[in-house]
Ligand binder design. Structure first.
Ligand code: ZN
Length: 149
């Protein structure tokens, strides 16, 4: 018992200067009704890297109803989508080496999930950042904001 309390105290002691283990792990689901499980992704500014997991909770193949998750500045979203659309499904609807894209997952079919790791050095708390699905036609409903603070 004493050992457990001591362990907790140590964890809290570290928390003041660094994020909790797990705090930099983010999970988002794409639902069967073509929506994300959240409209807001909050990233703690102490996270140098984020593990982002996307799960497609639907059951349709990716060519019909695939979903990904792309993060960019809100101001870049439309251009990223236009170029992604041209790139096609084989490129996960993201233009290759698109410098405007901060992070993206592959397009996932129903029941699939993927975890990506990305650095947060392109994020800040001044610009507006967005996450969205770049599968053609989805971003109008599949989008949200990314907050880094
Ligand atoms: Zn989608």
């Amino acid at each position: 018992m004493f050992k457990k309390i001591l362990g907790t105290a140590v964890v809290f002691g570290l928390a003041s200067s660094a994020a909790f283990a797990g705090e930099c792990d983010i999970s988002v689901e794409a639902t069967a009704s073509m929506a994300y499980s959240t409209k807001e992704i909050n990233i703690n500014k102490t996270c140098k890297e984020v593990n982002l997991t996307l799960k497609n909770a639907g059951n349709m193949p990716k060519a019909a109803m695939g979903h990904n998750l792309v993060i960019s500045k809100k101001a870049d979203m439309q251009a990223v989508l236009t170029d992604g659309n041209a790139a096609g499904l084989s490129k996960n609807f993201v233009k290759e080496n698109d410098a405007r894209v901060i992070a993206y997952t592959n397009v996932l079919g129903g029941g699939e999930s993927a975890t990506i790791k990305f650095k947060t050095d392109k994020l800040n708390n001044k610009d507006a950042f967005a996450f969205f699905c770049s599968f053609p036609g989805h971003s109008a409903v599949m989008n949200g904001v990314v907050k880094f603070n």
